[in-house]
Design a protein around this ligand. Structure first.
Ligand code: GLU
Length: 367
């Protein structure tokens, strides 16, 4: 038997409705059976379930539009129906479920992140299947994760999961768009997500930008860095979850990377949204990547975004490649003043001295 694992299964609306405008309960029961089979084998399962908006639309007598407020209303109507359906299907196997509705605000703040993590772990320790969705009814643009692919990566980090299965209506990531290119082939394994792959999934034109591959790749990127193996596979058909686990289903598998040991650094991957960008010079890039150094003012070339002390900032190379992210120790106006300065000049420029590190190593994660 395989070692007991924590498996996050993300089910997109297309999987739950089978491409129709209703929840496909026959398929849902089939997915539940497989989750319960995994539990019988000793694994723990977390579901990230979309489908609230689709369930709401199914129930609403007077058809409504597709604006944000319409979708929020539909989610408010449909979420109850969705969780009720899951609850009654898992009950057939004597398994309880627990609902958690999250927004980015719940993981951005470190205390709220820890609270969500503790609740999730408590559910798992009691053998309950957590069923998670974005709290769409209240998630406005500023606080929403926006898509359940990225949400599932955050959940995988919260749950300290071993695997994340992103089940969708496509077999995985292809070398080009299989709908228009007969030579397109499925990419079976990805060891490292690079800009070329990102372009393939999210650029415009002859690629897989539609069907949500871009957000799946973002999710895979975050989860892999946190030490989670990620599989994108087609969620229709029999035994998809069990086949995914046995690696007998065609799909794209993303190898996990070595995760940071420090829990706080994992939160940096999962939680805060970036409030700005700092372009750093080549010397600083080498110091960060090769010498485990902090970012000093001297290495700062350019500053964008109106961040304040304590915000999360992206560090990028002059060519725009992401190098690291971390919590900044100065407001943006101060970073603008001290950029390029030698450490000993900072106190004079700012009239106060809080040290030369713009981002301390302990508050930074390399990408
Ligand atoms: N939270 C949305 C829903 O329940 C789905 C979002 C997504 O699938 O990315 O309908």
């Amino acid at each position: 038997m395989q070692r007991a694992q924590i498996i996050v299964v993300k089910l997109g609306t297309s999987v739950l409705t089978g491409g129709t405008d209703k929840l496909d309960k026959a398929h849902m029961v089939e997915l539940v059976r497989q989750c319960c089979e995994l539990k019988k084998q000793g694994h723990q399962v977390v579901l990230v379930s979309s489908g609230a908006v689709a369930a709401g639309r199914e129930q609403l007598v007077t058809p409504c539009g597709r604006s944000l407020i319409d979708k929020q209303m539909l989610a408010a109507i449909g979420q109850g129906q969705l969780i009720h359906t899951w609850q009654s299907l898992f009950a057939l196997y004597g398994v309880s479920v627990g609902q958690m509705l999250l927004t980015r605000a719940d993981v951005e703040d470190r205390m709220r992140y820890l609270n969500a993590r503790d609740t999730l772990n408590a559910l798992l320790s009691y053998g309950v299947v957590p069923i998670i969705n974005e709290n769409d009814a209240v998630a406005t643009a500023e606080i929403k994760v926006g898509d359940n692919d990225n949400l599932s990566a955050l959940v995988a980090i919260l749950a300290n999961a071993n695997k994340l299965l992103l089940l969708t209506d496509q077999e995985g990531l292809f070398t080009s768009d299989p709908r228009s290119d007969v030579n397109a082939t499925l990419i079976n394994e990805v060891a490292h997500i690079d800009d070329k792959l990102r372009q393939l999934a999210g650029g415009s034109g002859t690629n897989l930008g539609t069907g949500g591959m871009a957000t799946k790749l973002q999710a895979a990127d975050i989860a892999c860095r946190a030490g989670v193996e990620v599989i994108i596979a087609k969620g229709a058909g029999e035994n998809v979850i069990l086949k995914c686990m046995a690696e007998s289903l065609p799909g794209t598998r993303f190898l996990k990377l070595t995760p940071p040991r420090d829990g706080r650094k994992k939160w940096l991957l999962a939680g805060p949204k970036s409030s700005g960008q700092i372009v750093i010079d080549d010397g600083a890039i080498i110091a960060l990547q090769k010498q485990g150094a902090s970012l000093l003012a001297k290495g700062v070339q350019q500053v964008t975004g109106r961040f304040v002390r304590g915000d999360l900032i992206e560090l990028v190379s002059p060519a725009g490649n992401s190098i690291a992210r971390g919590l900044v120790r100065f407001d943006y106006t101060e970073v603008v003043k001290i950029k390029g300065c030698h450490s000993r000049e900072i106190a004079a420029v700012l009239d106060f001295d809080t040290g030369a590190e713009v981002i301390h190593r302990d508050d930074m994660i390399l990408l």
